[in-house]
Design a protein around this ligand. Structure first.
Ligand SMILES: Cc1cc2nc3c(=O)[nH]c(=O)nc-3n(C[C@H](O)[C@H](O)[C@H](O)COP(=O)(O)OP(=O)(O)OC[C@H]3O[C@@H](n4cnc5c(N)ncnc54)[C@H](O)[C@@H]3O)c2cc1C
Length: 275
């Protein structure tokens, strides 16, 4: 499934660093902002598979730049620019530094700023040749590749899609209006949002569909037995829990593609008996 038909990236500008200019910056919420980036040379834009990521050089006042990866969250049909959606990673305690790349992007980068980037690249992307019912599962800012996939899958005639997203509450959710708009336009899409701890405003506004976590009960209620293809992205604990639940529901390992945003790169695949 994912990664089966790579674009020949050596033959596209994706393989090298190019200079991009920020043409839009949007504050999604207190923690998450989106940046729309266009190459200084329009020929440096190249097509991408939904799910792929960009590598950005983050300059340092001292020492060499560091590289950070950000999934493209925009629809690949929007040519000429890419959007990334970045969560600010604050220091876990006062004596430690804030995240280097995310703080730089949030604090130093405005409309008109430039960034050196390579990509899009990566093997975690939607298999557009498949017509199987599709389940896009995300936790927190892990929704970014899923939103790009959602746009593309929505145009696949008749393909059934479940977009299932978990986050803390409405103050932490990103790209909610965009997901809602795509789902509203396509009756084949079920969008389900799970809040861990909804606020009073979330309840009054009816912003979420269920409370708690994406667990077995939640998935059983949403997904009638079928031959699904699933894509996962989110924090490590989310990924392991959702992977185990999907396996427990009888979804084969080869129908589950996933990507970590952090250092954990593999899931524990100890065989799980169907529940
Ligand atoms: C393929 C891929 C796609 C990704 N896509 C996205 C995306 O779409 N959106 C997104 O927001 N992120 C994405 N990420 C994550 C992103 O690449 C960065 O890892 C993330 O932004 C954090 O980087 P940073 O430089 O801000 O933090 P870092 O500097 O790497 O620090 C990480 C955390 O560690 C803390 N820290 C610093 N020093 C210490 C210490 N000594 N002890 C303990 N903790 C410490 C920091 O405060 C911070 O909270 C993606 C990652 C990958 C691999």
């Amino acid at each position: 499934m994912a990664g089966s038909e790579p674009i020949d990236q050596a033959a596209t500008p994706a393989a090298r660093f190019r200079r991009f200019r920020v043409v839009e910056k949007h504050r999604d919420n207190d923690l998450i902002s989106s940046f729309v980036l266009a190459p200084e040379d329009p020929a440096d834009w190249c097509t991408f598979h939904p799910g792929q990521f960009l590598s950005i050089k983050i300059p340092r006042t001292e020492g060499r730049p560091v590289l950070r990866n950000y999934s493209v969250s925009s629809d690949p049909a929007i040519r000429g620019s890419y959007r990334i959606t970045v969560k600010r990673e604050a220091a876990p305690q006062a004596d430690l530094p804030d995240g280097i790349g995310s703080s730089y992007l949030h604090d130093q980068i405005e409309v008109g700023s430039t960034l050196d980037m390579a990509g899009p690249r990566g093997h975690f992307y939607l298999d557009e040749t498949s017509t199987r019912p599709l389940v896009l599962l995300s936790g927190g800012v892990g929704l970014t590749p899923m939103v790009a996939m959602l746009h593309v899958a929505a145009r696949q005639t008749g393909r059934k899609i479940w977009f299932i997203h978990a986050c803390r509450n409405g103050e932490h959710q990103a790209l909610a209006d965009e997901v809602k708009a795509v789902a509203t336009q396509h009756p084949t899409i079920v969008s389900h949002t799970v809040y861990q701890s909804p606020t009073a405003t979330d309840r009054i506004a009816g912003r979420f569909n269920s409370e708690g976590f994406i667990d077995r009960e939640c998935l059983q209620a949403l997904l009638p037995p079928d031959d699904y293809e699933c894509y996962l992205c989110g924090p490590p604990a989310f990924m392991q829990a959702v992977y185990d639940t999907l396996r427990g529901l009888g979804i084969p390992d080869e129908r589950i593609a996933y990507e970590f945003f952090g250092p954990a790169t593999v899931l524990n695949k100890t065989p799980t008996e169907p529940l």
